[in-house]
Design a protein. Structure first.
Length: 360
């Protein structure tokens, strides 16, 4: 069967399939579109979760500011540099610097300096002069701040819209959070010249299949270059975990639905980068590898020093918290070999969509 994905009702049907046969045919088609538009390589973005200090109170997130059980940390520049150096020496084309959201000038100045120093040091030893690619994922900031990050050397930014349904967004966030501002931030990032990534959580309480279809059209409308989405997973110390009982009952279906979202996004967007996110692995030990068979081509191995990992728990059951960067690299490279794909070492691995859209 050939899936057509230009119409909303076709996508609703696709995301609603329940037979194994249809699920598998969807994977097959998404996989062949992936092969044609972005190739066989899987690119590593080593993620450094450098601070869990957050000014926000998103109702789903384990490190929200009102969770007083969290031991707050902020890595030093030296610690971050060590991770970045390791990533570069180990052939990772790029890293992601992710943290809770802070708009304090001290935090922003710190991050700008870290980005500059990583680019300076790795650029010097890279024969191509590019150094390590840097993606930032530090939430909503002023346009001027995004410009400063960009000038410092960051070239990609991840900001999930979380859900494209403004009503649902309102229910998941405290009143001071604005859906409109989140969209504006994405527009600013794009205007500045970033490769822009967004995404949603799948299986949020109150979310419908139609919402998920709208999410995929949202990606298309804002012309995203990169997509990172994964299942919503409850964290016991958050207000949204009152729905955890219901959530548990549909874990298996949630994995299948998350995979269908990856496939449908690949079929509609074609030449973007799509991550097999860590949250997929919470639902299945091979969750990330399976996502590679549904159209994903990016993975974010964790580089955060082991001693900080347990304190960066956005959701319960986060995998790999006792491992170190070397173990994560070897484990993931082996998993990729096991499915017959290969790693794009020493390469930014930009989304072809970005180069097409900026005409390079
Ligand atoms: N503070 C930044 C970046 C860190 S949070 C920001 O919010 O953009 C990174 C992502 O983690 C969020 O975008 C959200 O989609 C995801 N996340 C948070 N809590 C989660 C949960 N309980 N289950 C699954 N994903 C979650
Ligand atoms: Fe903070 Fe991001 Fe978690 Fe929201 S999702 S509470 S902004 S870390």
């Amino acid at each position: 069967m050939l899936w057509k994905v230009t119409e909303k009702d076709q996508l609703v049907k696709m995301l609603s399939v329940s037979s194994n046969e249809k699920q598998n045919s969807l994977a097959k088609e998404a996989d062949s579109v992936r092969k044609r538009f972005v190739g066989d390589k899987i690119y590593f973005r080593g993620i450094i979760e450098f601070s869990n200090i957050c000014e926000k109170d998103c109702l789903y997130c384990g490190i929200r500011k009102s969770n007083s059980n969290v031991t707050r940390f902020m890595m030093t520049e030296q610690d971050i540099m060590k991770c970045a150096r390791w990533a570069f020496a180990n052939g990772y084309g790029s890293i992601v610097l992710q943290s809770g959201e802070s708009t304090s000038p001290a935090f922003l100045d710190f991050l700008i300096k870290v980005v500059q120093d990583i680019k300076k040091e790795t650029g010097r030893t890279d024969p191509r002069g590019n150094g390590l690619g840097i993606t930032l994922c530090v939430g909503e900031q002023k346009k001027k701040t995004y410009e400063e990050f960009f000038q410092a050397g960051a070239h990609r930014y991840l900001l999930r819209i979380e859900t494209s349904n403004p009503e649902l967004y309102k229910q998941l966030h405290p009143p001071e959070c604005s859906f409109g501002n989140r969209v504006r931030c994405l527009e600013h990032l794009r205007e500045i010249g970033y490769q822009v990534g967004t995404g949603v959580m799948i299986g949020l309480p109150g979310q419908t299949i139609e919402d998920l279809v709208d999410d995929i059209f949202f990606y298309k409308d804002i012309d995203a270059d990169m997509i990172g989405m994964g299942p919503y997973i409850p964290h016991a110390e958050t207000p949204l975990s009152v729905y955890a009982g219901k959530w548990n009952a549909r874990r298996d279906e949630l994995l299948r639905l998350s995979l269908r979202m990856v496939a449908a996004t690949r079929l509609l967007l074609k030449d973007v980068n799509i991550a097999a996110t860590t949250a997929m692995q919470v639902l299945h030990p091979r969750g990330r590898e399976i996502a590679f068979e549904y159209g994903a081509n990016i993975i974010m191995p964790i580089l955060t020093p082991t001693r900080f990992r347990k304190d960066y728990s956005l959701y319960d059951g986060k995998p790999c918290i006792d491992e170190n960067a070397k173990q994560c690299k070897e484990c993931i490279a082996e998993r990729i070999r096991s499915i017959g794909r290969n790693v794009g070492w020493n390469d930014f691995g930009d989304s072809p969509h970005f180069h097409t859209r900026v005409g390079k």
